[in-house]
Write a protein of this length. Structure first.
Length: 395
């Protein structure tokens, strides 16, 4: 609402007009005329008072020029500019991937647990499927971590999660719940052999390789890996681990954002592994959906493997529904539950969804899942699931 006020234009309660200061004269004295000492024109927004009206014009500060219409000069804006250097800037935090919150998660506490067994056995199967063709392929890891974890470290010792994970597959007779077990399926045996071949594991399991190191061990000379890790300490350890490997490139940056620059890879074949810590909990799924949408537009034929935790089934269901219409040709789901999926207070299970899954990957994973499930059971029998969320020939 515009209103005329003493010859100037007023918007709201911020006046854009230059106003005269109204003063009272002592009894018996004449009010100074315009331009005489003791009287001056000031901006209405200027709160500085003239203390000595008999001071000469040379000792008084010159009046500030009034702002022009349309410049948006108001009291709040002038205060902000006046105090710009004296105030520290306020950090801007959003849920956008460009401004990720500080990360507290460290995988060293959880390396080799039952969730890693599922994730890395599926990863191993995917890389073997890519090796079926002689042409090079690329592996892109959006949340790479430090790459390798000592199981005798303080972090691993505090939780001991690997004892209910990878250790149970290495010593199956000790964790069969009283039931005899046959030999492990060939896929699991090859995967475990690759872990035990790691330097440092000659005399038993001392080191557990993360996704980057397991992928690098399986890659050929012409293949490549792009590893993204945002945390400075983890990225430093990752660089030290692969400083001698020309096939591996480490990027200290947000993995979701990096997909725009890294896709499609020059090899035109390969795999994207998305394995975030889910510190944002349910909202992480929305970030993954946004990243996958853009990635599929840039590289529609790529394979995308996404790991996710299972606490409450209701938290995962919207993500699964989105995957059924994400635009991929087919989506395979593999899950392992060691507890009922009805408590938000613990990790009850985990899953992997594979977009554009290789042909007959479900047949490859079925026996390994069936074999590992009883070995990884805890208080109650564990359960597994392997099905298609989206099939290519689905009408």
């Amino acid at each position: 609402r515009k209103a005329r006020h003493r010859g100037g234009l007023s918007l709201g309660y911020f006046s854009l007009a230059t106003q005269r200061e109204v003063t009272r004269c002592p009894a018996g004295q004449r009010k100074p005329a315009a331009g005489e000492p003791g009287r001056r024109t000031v901006n209405k927004g200027d709160r500085t008072k003239v203390r000595d009206r008999n001071a000469t014009a040379s000792t008084r500060p010159s009046p500030q020029p009034s702002p022009r219409r349309g410049e948006g000069a108001n009291r709040a804006e002038r205060y902000s500019l006046k105090n710009k250097e004296s105030r520290s800037p306020t950090p801007i935090m959003t849920n956008h991937p460009a401004h990720p919150p500080p990360m507290n998660y460290r995988h060293a506490y959880h390396a080799g647990n039952f969730a890693d067994v599922l994730k890395h056995s599926v990863l191993f199967a995917l890389i073997e499927a890519l090796q079926a063709k002689p042409t090079p392929f690329a592996v892109i890891d959006t949340h790479a971590g430090s790459g390798c974890y000592a199981l005798d470290s303080t972090e691993a010792g505090k939780t001991g999660e690997y004892k209910n994970g990878i250790a149970r597959l290495l010593f199956p007779d000790m964790h069969a719940s009283g039931h005899p077990t046959g030999p492990l399926p060939p896929l699991l045996r090859r995967w475990l052999d690759s872990i035990l071949r790691l330097p440092g594991n000659e005399h038993g399991l001392k080191l557990y390789p993360g996704s980057p190191l397991q992928a690098a061990q399986a890659m050929r000379d012409g293949d490549s890996a792009q590893l993204c890790e945002l945390h400075p300490e983890e990225a430093k350890l990752l660089r030290e681990l692969f400083h001698h490997d020309h096939r591996v490139h480490v990027h200290q940056r947000n993995g979701y954002e990096a997909l725009k620059a890294l896709l499609p890879p020059k090899e035109k074949r390969g795999l994207v592994l998305i394995d975030p810590p889910y510190e944002a909990q349910e909202s992480e799924y929305r970030v993954i959906e946004q990243a996958l949408k853009l990635a599929l537009e840039r590289w529609p034929t790529g394979i995308y493997a996404i790991w996710y935790p299972i606490k409450l089934r209701s938290q995962v269901q919207p993500f699964h529904r989105w995957l059924q219409r994400c635009g991929a040709r087919r989506v395979l789901r593999a899950e392992l539950l060691v507890h009922p999926d009805d408590s938000p207070l613990r990790l009850n299970g985990s899953g992997m969804v594979i977009l554009n899954a290789p042909w007959k990957l479900d047949d490859v994973l079925r026996e390994p899942l069936r074999a590992m499930t009883p070995l990884l059971s805890q208080d109650k029998p564990a359960h597994w699931r392997l099905d298609w969320l989206l099939e290519e020939n689905a009408g």
